[in-house]
Design a protein around this ligand. Structure first.
Ligand code: INI
Length: 162
């Protein structure tokens, strides 16, 4: 069923990162992948106007530690958004479920508690090949996460102004 009803207003964030301060949290585990995600994120931030001096990278041992570092950055008041970068690869370890789930849940919880956007740029893949594909030059989850962070900062600013 269709209707002629149209919302009175619509709001969307612009992808213009000029003047934005961004925190990145990057896992060292599977650093072959996470360094590629970091390159992608850095490129995405630069392309959309974020200055190098407004970006800080915090390294953590693995994805399980990302939420606490991201939340600490978020509450510091020093960052407009935080981008979480990690790679959890299932391989043949049962550890996957104990790391990937809590990482995603912790990030969501941290952004809801702090009101600071924390973007989930953490790959959760079945194998290394998939992780390489999603951290490449053309398809890079880190680059996508950078764009999302900038858009969300602007969207939340507009929504807070009412
Ligand atoms: N950490 C990751 O970032 N990716 C993984 O694939 C991974 N696996 O498979 O175990 C992983 N484990 C380490 C974990 O994140 C913690 O650093 C560690 O358990 C200490 O708390």
């Amino acid at each position: 069923m269709s209707s002629n009803f149209r919302a009175g207003s619509s709001v969307e964030g612009a992808v213009d990162g000029r003047g934005m301060r961004i925190g990145l949290v990057c896992g060292r585990f599977n650093d072959l992948i996470t360094t590629r995600l970091l390159d992608g994120a850095s490129n995405g931030l630069a392309v959309h106007g974020v200055s190098e001096q407004d970006v800080t990278v915090a390294w953590v041992p693995g994805a399980f530690e990302i939420p606490i570092a991201a939340k600490t950055m978020a509450v510091s008041g020093e960052y407009d958004a935080v981008i979480a970068l990690g790679a959890v690869i299932r391989g043949d370890t049962a550890h996957f479920d104990y790391v990937a789930g809590p990482c995603a849940y912790g990030i969501q919880q941290a952004q809801l508690e702090t009101g600071v956007p924390i973007v989930f740029g953490v790959l959760t893949t079945e194998n290394l090949e998939q992780a390489l594909e999603r951290s490449g030059e053309h398809d890079n989850k880190g680059e996508e996460a950078a764009k999302t962070a900038i858009e969300m900062v602007d969207l939340l600013r507009r929504l807070r102004k009412g």
